[in-house]
Design a protein around this ligand. Structure first.
Ligand code: C2E
Ligand code: CA
Ligand code: CA
Ligand code: CA
Length: 278
């Protein structure tokens, strides 16, 4: 190979270099999408288990390339965080989710809209202030917004997180702790957070049927959430078995492919209408 000179360069490209190259490409796509509007939100239904009613939607961001290909957030959110683009992306997500919420409200769909906030975004000094501005500009009811922060984001620096969450909470917005069970919460700090909901991570729910340990952890989380008087929400529910199990163990909200995948806004509205008609 060596004899072929420049042409053989790629043979020596390491995995790391490849990854760095890909990140640069994603960074370029992110900048382009921010400038030209290449992001879309998909919405996944949240169901109240007891009544079976649709009560909310989680907004999940996608990056589109304009040629029909879509990139998922696991690929580009880390790049957005590393490059500082997350602040603008996060701002767009909040504005777009609130805009969509208002449209649905006018159509008679009163939903709680859940918005994911990454660790850096959530610790950004103006996050709470900007959220407050969007709420007053749009006149939407703050109680119909739910901010999802991950357990690991919060536990990084609990004291700071308590401060920020209290500021967010004082706007009247709801707060959910996402991916619960995967981080390292000290249970005492959990009680100092102004939470409304625990979301049980799908990694436990996925193995409920086969794995005793996953059942034990899930049951512990559900009972902890209930005794703290929080909503407990199972995510990644794919089977009737999982739904039944969670329901029997005190889980009150459900989300997952069993109900629907995340959908573009117009498909989400269709899904809702079909469900109402059924
Ligand atoms: P998450 O907040 O834990 O979201 C749940 C993920 O699980 C979503 O993946 C969803 O599509 C997927 N999911 C839902 N139900 C099922 C199911 O029944 N089975 C399986 N296997 N998967 C299911 P997605 O959309 O790829 O999002 C991945 C992660 O990206 C999210 O995890 C969240 O942490 C992050 N993310 C998404 N949207 C945003 C955003 O607007 N801002 C920020 N900062 N992060 C976001
Ligand atoms: Ca989430
Ligand atoms: Ca989650
Ligand atoms: Ca997750």
């Amino acid at each position: 190979c060596k004899k072929t000179g420049k042409a053989s360069f790629r043979f020596y490209t390491t995995e790391l270099e490849k990854q760095a190259e890909e990140e640069i490409l994603i960074e370029l796509r992110l900048k382009k999408a921010l400038a030209q509007g290449g992001f879309r939100l998909h919405y996944q239904p949240v169901i109240d288990i007891k009544s079976g009613k649709l009560i909310g939607a989680e907004a999940l961001v996608r990056l589109e390339d304009g040629q029909g290909a879509t990139l998922g957030p696991d690929r580009f959110v880390p790049v957005a965080e590393a490059t500082g683009l997350i602040a603008d992306l996060g701002q767009w997500v909040v504005e777009e989710a609130c805009r969509q919420h208002r449209i649905w409200l006018r159509q008679g769909m009163a939903l709680t809209i859940a918005i994911n906030v990454s660790p850096l975004q959530f610790r950004h000094p103006t996050f709470a202030k900007k959220l407050g501005e969007i709420i007053s500009e749009t006149g939407m009811s703050p109680g119909s917004i739910e901010i999802e922060v991950t357990e690991s984001a919060v536990m990084d620096d609990v004291n700071e997180a308590v401060d920020i969450l209290n500021r967010i909470k004082s706007l009247g917005v709801r707060i959910a702790l996402d991916d619960f069970g995967t981080g390292y919460s000290s249970l005492s700090s959990l009680t100092s957070l102004p939470l409304d909901k625990l979301k049980v991570d799908q990694s436990f729910i996925r193995h409920i049927e086969r794995d005793h340990a996953s059942r034990a952890v899930t049951e512990a989380i559900l009972s902890l959430g209930r005794s703290l008087r929080l909503d407990v929400h199972g995510e990644g529910i794919e089977s009737e078995y999982e739904l039944q199990y969670l329901s029997e163990h005190g889980c009150n909200q459900a989300q997952g492919y069993l109900f629907s995948r995340p959908l573009p806004a117009h498909e989400f509205a269709l899904w809702c209408r079909q469900r109402e008609a059924a």
